[in-house]
Design a protein around this ligand. Structure first.
Ligand code: NAD
Ligand code: UFG
Length: 346
């Protein structure tokens, strides 16, 4: 029996594959590499010393997906595959809705047909829109402002309807806060295409001298130092939460939603300071206008995941910065400049 991981070559997926394999699960990965590189999965094999099946195709392809269910014994699915850039989703809504929502419908249809009714889905804290207060609880009102966010909200609704229609489904909707960091080995991590949109990859490329300076989006928010506050969560902690969630859905029916964050917020300036300390590099920055759509503060109340999944984040922002920096130094061009795994582990 195997866990099927869609989007397993991506940033969070590859870290989750490591934790699943280390916990003794057999896995099968599907990815079309539209935002990743097959090298990440080679490195997962290297880190764990384990082999697994990989299928390269688009999840929108019903026949190919059906073939995976026909030829393998799958007990549950972790569904990461999706497009995730907020700005791009505003420019290309059709592409986002089709890729994220239609592919999820295809997946659920095939799962239903083959009686595989255990699913863990990657949602996002973006579904809370502008929260009326922090920390954010799972039952806060939901809203969003962009096609990416709507795709997550709509998929959540679809999952709630599926669960209502058939009690045999066991579904966990995981709302991630701000995933950052990399595996401690320095072998897998996040490598955004082009200029990064998110804070941590931007900081790390400034530290590496690839970008000149960081633009800090606003210092007039009602926060301790005026800059935006977020709940940064180490990607390995997040990966471990998926192992707990998949075990939970295997033994429980119904649908549950969990915030995955540390419960603590850090400002942009605090993140810069910590990164400078752990990397020993100066991060030049300039305060600029607020970025449209940003909220002042966003951090989780993660107690539901603690009580029901037995999960708490264990890594702090020093670990997150240190591991991001190790990944950046070892892989200045991400997976693009394919180095032999053995030479990167020296
Ligand atoms: P990622 O882009 O690194 O990984 C997604 C993977 O899915 C990639 O390997 C991509 O090639 C694959 N993929 C996309 N569409 C596909 C399709 N139609 N068929 C097959 N493969 C496909 O992103 P990530 O950061 O690992 O995020 C994983 C999931 O978590 C996404 O659904 C994302 O929306 C969600 N999420 C991410 C964040 C974040 O900040 N990283 C925050 C909240 C939620
Ligand atoms: N920031 C800067 N400069 C930058 C980038 C970011 O000052 O160059 C600031 C932002 O204003 C914000 C903080 O750093 O205060 C974090 O910004 P990110 O872009 O890293 O993350 P967001 O919280 O804006 O968004 C992330 C994901 C979204 C997801 C959202 C909620 O990118 O996909 O978290 O989970 F929807």
């Amino acid at each position: 029996m195997a866990i099927l991981v869609t989007g397993g070559a991506g940033y969070i997926g590859s870290h989750t594959c490591v934790e699943l394999l280390n916990s003794g699960f057999e896995i099968i990965v599907i990815d079309n590499y539209c935002n990743s590189n097959p090298e990440s999965l080679e490195r997962v094999k290297h880190i764990t010393g384990k082999e697994f099946k990989i299928y390269e195709f688009d999840l929108l392809n019903y026949e190919e997906l059906e073939n995976v269910f026909l030829t393998n014994d799958i007990e549950a699915v972790i569904h990461f595959a999706g497009l995730k850039a907020v700005g791009e989703s505003v420019k290309k809504p059709l592409m986002y809705y089709h890729n994220n929502i239609t592919a999820t419908l295809v997946l659920c249809k095939v799962m239903d047909k083959y009686g595989v009714k255990k699913l863990v889905f990657s949602s996002s804290a973006t579904v809370y829109g502008v929260p009326h207060q922090v920390p954010i609880l799972e039952d806060f009102p939901l809203s969003t402002t962009n096609p990416y966010g709507y795709s997550k909200l709509m998929i959540e609704e679809i999952m709630r309807d599926i669960s209502k229609s058939d009690a045999k489904w066991g579904i966990a909707l995981l709302r991630y806060f701000n995933p950052i960091g990399a595996h401690q080995s320095g072998l897998i991590g996040e490598h955004p295409n082009g200029i990064p949109n998110n804070l941590m990859p931007y900081i790390s490329q400034v530290a590496a001298g690839k970008l000149e300076q960081l633009m800090v989006f606003g210092n007039d928010y009602p926060t301790s130092d005026g800059t935006g506050v977020r709940d940064y969560i180490h990607v390995v902690d997040l990966a471990i939460a998926h192992v707990k969630a998949v075990k939970h859905v295997m033994y429980n029916q119904g649908i549950d939603t969990y915030n995955l964050g540390t419960g603590r917020g850090y400002s942009v300036l605090e993140m810069i300071k910590t990164f400078e300390k752990t990397s020993g590099k100066k991060i030049p920055y300039k305060i600029v206008e607020r970025r449209e759509g940003d909220v002042a503060m966003c951090y989780a109340d993660p107690l539901k995941a603690k009580h029901e999944l037995g999960w708490v984040a264990s890594k702090g922002i020093e670990d997150m910065c240190e591991d991001t920096w190790r990944w950046q130094v070892n892989n200045p061009n991400g997976y693009e400049q394919v180095t032999l795994v053995s030479s990167t582990t020296k």
